[in-house]
Design a protein around this ligand. Structure first.
Ligand code: CAO
Length: 552
């Protein structure tokens, strides 16, 4: 075992630099050259590499600390005498190479090739400036496109060595004519970056600039590594895991190790919200982003984001329009919202409408009033509708299925349990009546009333809300002529019932006043085809139109 100090290497002339991210913890095992922490100079951010392989035993600094060359930032157990001996020269060469890397992020402004004049403007070919000895540095981002109008110092491309990433700035203001590099290309000094047209009236200025850049190298500042461009400052994003599509031209701000991590995890940096200084993306931001994406995938779309690649809804500041109050969503509301959205996004919905003539059914139902009072049960249209649906599900079993898309199987149910949507002060609940096909109307009336009351009293047990094959949502007691309910997945259909109303119905020779019940059957078009849906609602209409057929 040999304890080894990890020191800040030569910072290429920078006096003090700020630690903006610590990439290891005590106890972490690191390999030689693994990034230990990221510091930021006014030119670039640089990862300080480990001088060898070993285990971190102590961290002597924290984020925000200022450090200078030679400061000890951490201690490591280099893993024994042999390892230590091996590490020693490596440590040296590392610190040398770190020194190199620190000088790297100061590319001069690209040296222009001789100008080609054309009318009021000239064409310039922009070349890669000196990269302090670095060669074949990969391009990780091309920040301009053909046709872009850019300012002097606008970032043209971002290159990244294993130690630092930096932007190569434009020596001119003008219009990009041709981009000569692609992401992944490896660049060395003198390589052609792009062609651009530059207005002739700025000839002198540009000449001055290019001379300055070429001669002094002083103004050849790389943009702070992948920093935001003044022309396209991304707006601060609200605190939300909502997916926001990257705004065109928006830039990300992150160190090489973080970029590498994002690349390894396949995370698009433009979609990650940075929590570091100047919205810098930190390692934890990448991990949190990947975690949230995984959670969304596992849970389906939930919360404000859709999880479907569809941008979430952006909220304005409502208080600008008047007084507002905010209150947390109840758990039930949040769950309902999530379920509705998941179903809406996953299921191709179609709704089939039908009117059932329930004049006779209503006459019969009303005739049961006294009997109901005796039993202490109120007979509403719902038990008839439940019974009709159970019969239709038995006759058209393609509605009594769920789709298992992972296994590419259709799950056919040999039982008929039907959920009823109940409006409660706390939100929508869906208790389930089991074996509806085996129960009589009085039994169904009693059970639906009991379950609805339990739902309103928040006394339903989880088991009483599980196992439905199909759902009925009746707004008949409230009103409306039709609506398009959302399928209660993994069921494949739901029946919406609206308020019955007297309508003139043509009997072949004259109009008759009939009590018509509007039915709206929404179904999952992956499981059910339109013809079957029309068969289902026609059958319901027929069964409710002549309830004697329910006995058959
Ligand atoms: N047409 C005309 N009248 C109707 C009717 C219809 N389709 N359905 C019910 N009615 C009548 C009933 O007969 C009753 O009238 P009387 O008091 O004169 O007898 C009255 O409306 C109230 O009925 P109800 O709503 O209490 O009872 P129900 O069995 O019809 O419904 C339940 C029970 C639990 C389904 C219902 O109370 C409920 O909560 N409905 C809302 C469901 C909901 O919110 N769905 C939306 C889901 S999607 O957001």
């Amino acid at each position: 075992m040999s304890e080894q100090e990890i020191k800040v290497p030569d910072l290429g002339g920078a006096d003090e630099v700020e630690i903006i991210e610590i990439l290891v913890s005590v106890g972490d095992s690191v390999e030689a050259e693994d990034s230990i922490l990221t510091v930021e100079t006014d030119k670039a951010s640089v990862d300080l590499p480990s001088p060898g392989a070993g285990k971190i035993t102590k961290l002597s600094v924290k984020v925000g600390d200022k450090v200078k060359e030679g400061d000890v930032v951490a201690m490591m157990d280099a893993g024994g005498a042999a390892g230590g001996a091996d590490d020693e020269p490596e440590a040296k060469s590392e610190s040398e190479s770190s020194a190199d890397s620190d000088e790297k992020p100061e590319p001069e402004k690209p040296k222009p090739e001789p100008k080609k004049k054309s009318g009021g403007s000239r064409t310039e070919t922009v070349l890669v400036p000196p990269l302090d000895g670095m060669e074949d540095v990969p391009v990780i981002e091309v920040n301009i496109s053909e046709g872009d109008t850019i300012e002097v110092d606008a970032s043209l491309v971002t290159v990244e060595s294993d130690k630092a990433s930096m932007d190569i700035p434009s020596p001119y203001a003008g219009k990009v004519v041709k981009v000569l590099v692609n992401e992944g290309d490896k660049l060395s000094e003198g390589d052609k970056l792009l062609e651009m047209t530059v207005a002739d009236d700025s000839d002198e200025d540009d000449e001055d600039q290019s001379e300055t850049a070429a001669d002094s190298g002083q103004e050849a500042k790389p943009e702070p590594e992948a920093d935001d461009k003044p022309s396209k400052e991304p707006e601060a994003q609200p605190q939300s895991s909502t997916y926001e599509p990257p705004s065109p031209g928006s830039r990300v701000h992150a160190g090489p190790a973080v970029r590498k991590l994002a690349r390894e995890l396949g995370a698009d940096m433009a979609r990650i919200k940075g929590s570091g200084p100047k919205s810098r993306i930190l390692k934890d931001d990448v991990n949190d982003y990947v975690k949230s994406q995984l959670q969304q995938t596992q849970q389906g779309s939930s919360g404000a984001g859709t999880g479907s690649g569809i941008p979430g809804v952006k909220l304005p500041d409502f208080s600008q329009f008047g007084d507002i109050e905010r209150e947390p969503m109840s758990r039930m509301m949040a769950v309902t919202a999530s379920n509705m959205q998941r179903s809406w996004l996953n299921v191709p919905h179609v709704t089939q409408f039908e009117d059932a003539d329930i004049s006779d059914m209503e006459a019969f139902r009303k005739a049961q009033k006294a009997a109901g009072e005796k039993r202490g049960v109120k007979m509403t249209p719902l038990p008839f509708i439940l019974k009709a649906c159970a019969t239709a599900l038995a006759e058209l079993p393609q509605f009594n299925v769920s789709l298992d898309l992972e296994r590419k199987e259709v799950v056919r149910k040999q039982y008929i349990h039907i959920g009823i949507a109940v409006d409660t002060p706390n939100g929508l609940m869906v208790p389930v009546i089991r074996d509806v096909d085996q129960k009589g109307l009085w039994e169904l009336a009693a059970e639906s009333a009991e379950l609805a009351q339990k739902a309103r009293d928040r006394k339903l047990k989880p088991a009483e809300m599980q196992g439905a094959c199909f759902t009925i949502t009746s707004l008949g007691g409230i009103g409306g002529t039709a609506f398009t309910p959302i399928v209660n997945t993994p069921e494949v259909a739901i029946l919406g019932v609206s308020r019955a109303a007297m309508k003139p119905v043509w009997d072949g020779s004259e109009f008759q006043p009939r009590l018509m019940l509007p039915l709206s059957l929404s179904y999952d078009h992956r499981a059910v085809n339109g013809a079957d849906a029309a068969r289902f609602t026609s059958l319901l209409s027929q069964l409710l139109g002549d309830i004697r057929s329910l006995l058959l």
